[in-house]
Write a protein that binds this ligand. Structure first.
Ligand SMILES: [Zn+2]
Length: 150
């Protein structure tokens, strides 16, 4: 699975809302067959066992170095910008658009394993975006449908 690091604004604005935005995107990515890494989840650990900013940052960059790409969520953030810089320095692809990320991921992933094709140059995720199951089937060239959702 493609490991996606979510570089998210945290400090500026409503922190709980920032965490929610990041988790929502992580959840979309799970349903689309990716392995998101959501560093803002330490928001909850920080409530119980706080550490200073640089400690969290150091741990974040450690995990980022293991990810296949980085997705930068919109919004002002020095931390997220620093993660983008780190990714660029370490040749980890950086994306600001989910469509671009998914286009890249399609090429990176094993097409036959993750996608279905109709033989006319069209391909779709095998996983249904509604139910999350690997249940997409070709109905006719150019059209797919989920066996569960219809
Ligand atoms: Zn479905």
């Amino acid at each position: 699975m493609i490991k996606i690091y979510l570089a998210s604004p945290y400090t500026i604005g409503d922190q709980a809302l920032n965490v929610k935005k990041s988790i929502d995107i992580a959840d979309d990515l799970i349903r689309w067959g990716y392995a998101p890494f959501c560093p803002l989840l330490v928001h909850f650990q920080h409530m119980v066992h706080p550490h200073d900013y640089e400690t969290w940052m150091k741990l974040d960059l450690e995990w980022l170095s293991l990810c296949d790409c980085l997705y930068r969520l919109p919004g002002e953030s020095k931390g997220a910008d620093r993660e983008v810089e780190f990714a660029k320095e370490h040749n980890i692809p950086v994306f600001f658009s989910m469509n671009k990320l998914r286009g890249w991921a399609k090429k990176e992933m094993n097409i036959e394993k993750y996608f279905i094709t109709d033989g006319f140059g069209n391909s779709w995720d095998k996983i249904c975006h509604e139910c999350g199951k690997e249940s997409m089937k070709i109905v006719r060239p150019g059209k797919v449908q989920c066996e569960n959702c219809g």
